[in-house]
Design a protein around this ligand. Structure first.
Ligand SMILES: Cc1cc2nc3c(=O)[nH]c(=O)nc-3n(C[C@H](O)[C@H](O)[C@H](O)COP(=O)(O)OP(=O)(O)OC[C@H]3O[C@@H](n4cnc5c(N)ncnc54)[C@H](O)[C@@H]3O)c2cc1C
Length: 388
């Protein structure tokens, strides 16, 4: 049977003889896990609720151009290299991102105040500071690169998961069964969404119950005039935690509108969780103008609340491993339910889970509980954790 990769259009040969794995969540964690399983000859299928991959590693098209509206920068990009490497005939998917830095040292983290200059004002007195790396031409491109050849089913929100005859069966939100002989299941979605899918594993269910997420408001702001702020800046003691200029990122192309991503801080976002988007947009614009020390005439203004933005308390049981695995249920968890909220960390969480699963699914006497929790194996785990 041939499956189609939605991004590349290339056909992917399904390995029907190998364990078929369902991965729920097409963010960086789920894609990394699925890609690693695929690379090792397994047959994963990623189910993603939205109409595009990437999750919070996200970019959005607007009438004034593209915005990265979730993750802005990857700090440990070398850890992503294995997945985001280009083909010989393609440009690199991640590029270093540098911003102009003024010579005087003062004030805020990440930039020196006093001589704020945006990209257009850059002159010989300014040095370039490396912020990190970004996906090119957008963070969405990075998600596509990580997905590689993996089979990805978009607009498929999974509402239920249970075991029947030793295999996982899923049901979408409309209640339609997806019974394709899945031998294992990976949940690469935030804990609140994953909880209803863990009824077959009381251990993992208990671990996820302890996980807490915080919300975050972001503002996407377009303006035709230069605002005199650097391309990336973090603030302390302000309702705004950081700003990032799309026009200062590499590979974003020229655009008449300056596009700014403005991220509110954790406390301010929590306080304004119940406010409407228009009110929040006006408040964040007001604060942005205060930092710019000038009025900013916007031609695009859109506030968005990420309700599960950053994990505040990850599942402590996964501190050492970066993933959770119940070998008896053949259920794994990766992503920022189990590590901190960073693209490189969730990527490694997905890889680590895949690596463990390959060993576990091949072994007929898998020491599942010992490996993951440091606990004695359950009495019947050996029989249940064999495959085939
Ligand atoms: C505003 C913001 C700024 C950030 N900035 C940075 C940054 O600069 N640098 C950095 O390293 N990190 C940053 N992060 C954190 C980083 O984006 C996340 O930690 C990371 O992308 C999480 O990846 P994930 O795969 O674990 O989860 P997600 O990206 O959330 O992916 C989960 C996916 O599962 C899907 N899904 C959910 N439920 C279901 C279901 N029932 N069925 C099917 N699919 C489902 C979702 O649609 C989503 O696509 C930021 C996050 C936010 C919100």
């Amino acid at each position: 049977m041939q499956a189609q990769n939605i991004h590349t259009g290339r056909s992917v040969q399904s390995n029907r003889g190998l364990p078929r794995v369902a991965v729920i969540g097409g963010g960086i964690a789920g894609l990394s896990c699925a890609r690693e399983l695929h690379r090792r000859g397994y047959d994963p299928v990623v189910f993603e609720a939205s109409d595009r991959p990437g999750g919070r590693c996200s970019s959005r098209a607007t009438r004034v151009g593209w915005f990265d509206d979730g993750a802005q920068v990857i700090h440990k990009v070398d850890r992503l290299a294995g997945c985001a490497s280009q083909r010989p005939d393609e440009l690199a998917i991640t590029h270093p991102w540098t911003v102009a830095e003024a010579p005087t040292d003062e004030g805020s983290r990440g930039y020196r105040r006093g001589e704020d200059k945006d990209e257009s004002d850059l002159d010989a007195r300014h040095t370039l500071r490396l912020v990190g790396a970004v996906g090119v031409p957008s963070m969405l491109a990075l998600a596509h690169a990580v997905a590689g050849e993996v089979e990805l089913r978009l607009s498929m929100s999974i509402g239920q998961a249970w075991r029947r005859g030793g295999r996982w069966v899923l049901a979408d939100d409309a209640g339609a069964d997806i019974d394709e002989g899945f031998q294992a299941l990976v949940l690469a979605i935030p804990a609140p969404a994953a909880l209803p899918l863990t009824s077959e594993s009381p251990m993992l269910n208990a671990a996820l119950r302890a996980v807490r997420y915080g919300n975050r408001w972001v503002l996407l702001l377009g303006t035709e005039r230069s605002v005199g702020l650097p391309g990336y800046r973090e603030f302390e003691g302000s309702p705004i935690e950081r700003i990032a200029a799309m026009h200062s990122k590499p590979g974003r192309g020229r655009c008449p509108t300056q596009r700014w991503f403005v991220e509110a801080d954790a406390r301010w976002s929590a306080l304004h969780a119940d406010h409407d988007a228009d009110t929040v947009a006006d408040l964040l614009l007001e604060n942005f103008c205060a930092h710019a020390r000038r009025p900013v005439l916007s031609n695009f203004l859109c506030a968005h609340q990420w309700t599960q933005a950053f994990v505040e308390t990850p599942a402590t049981t996964a501190r050492r491993t970066g993933y959770l695995w119940d070998g008896q249920a053949r259920l794994g968890i990766c992503g920022d339910s189990v590590v901190v909220s960073q693209v490189d960390r969730v990527h490694r969480s997905g890889l680590a889970l895949a690596e463990h699963m390959v060993a576990a699914l091949r072994s007929r006497s898998e020491p599942c509980c010992r490996a993951v929790y440091g606990l004695a194996p359950r009495p019947n785990h050996a029989a249940l954790s064999t495959h085939g």
